[in-house]
Design a binder for this molecule. Structure first.
Ligand code: E4P
Length: 217
């Protein structure tokens, strides 16, 4: 499963990229606003840090303007992935852009039928928002299971990008279902490394090693 980080903050992206475990970045208008940075500038900077896809979202709601915005955004770098909302105009834009060889991430997906439409529109990635689904009394991971089943039934190449991840259990469930990608805030990715028994084990080994009086170097 590929790991994307869901942020427009440069330092956490650099820190995770340095682990060698980061496969891409997702941003959205809210994350850009939170960063306080210029959209074009920060997107260019992020594209220079990671080799994988960097999602940059259009903000127009009509197809013609989405295409114009995508034209500007895809010039930023080769690894820009245009993010469009799951609407009729968004999917028209998806079909046109992927037909031209541009990566597209279809966002704000809340049903398996929407994911089916995105795959038919040739999306590179579909982003079902599991956390927001949970927040509204549904089970976000049931949605991922349904999309996995449908995509496998028809051999769709669209990658399932589990988004709106809130905790490490979402990551575990996504991996068990066989999602292709997950995008999570930096804290959730850092939490994946942690286990109380790992810390306790290191502590014990260090204490016993000190008793030997030896050194490796
Ligand atoms: C995905 O691409 C979105 O940017 C993101 O995962 C939304 O997450 P949120 O529900 O925590 O805002």
């Amino acid at each position: 499963m590929k790991f994307f980080v869901d942020t427009a903050e440069i330092e956490p992206i650099k820190e995770l990229a340095a682990t060698g475990l980061l496969d891409g970045v997702t941003t959205n208008p809210s994350l850009i606003a939170k960063s306080g940075r210029d959209f074009m500038e920060v997107t260019k900077e992020i594209c220079g840090i990671v080799d994988g896809p960097v999602s940059a979202e259009v903000v127009a709601l009509d197809h013609a303007t989405m295409m114009k915005e995508a034209e500007v955004l895809r010039k930023i770098a080769d690894n820009v992935c245009i993010k469009v909302p799951l609407t009729v105009d968004g999917l028209k834009t998806c079909k046109a852009l992927t037909g031209e060889g541009t990566m597209v991430n279809v966002t704000l997906c809340f049903s398996a039928n929407q994911a089916l439409l995105a795959a038919k529109a040739g999306a590179s990635f579909i982003s079902p928002f599991v956390g927001r689904h949970d927040d509204n009394g549904f089970d976000g991971m049931d949605l991922i299971e349904d999309i996995r089943l449908i995509y496998d039934n028809y051999n769709f190449a669209t990658e399932i990008l589990v988004a709106s991840v809130r905790h490490t259990t979402h990551v575990l469930q996504a991996a068990k279902i066989g999602a292709d990608v997950m995008t999570a805030p930096p804290k959730v990715i850092h939490d994946l490394f942690k286990h109380v028994l790992t810390d306790k084990g290191i502590e014990g080994f260090m204490a016993d090693w000190a008793k030997t009086g030896q050194s490796i170097l």
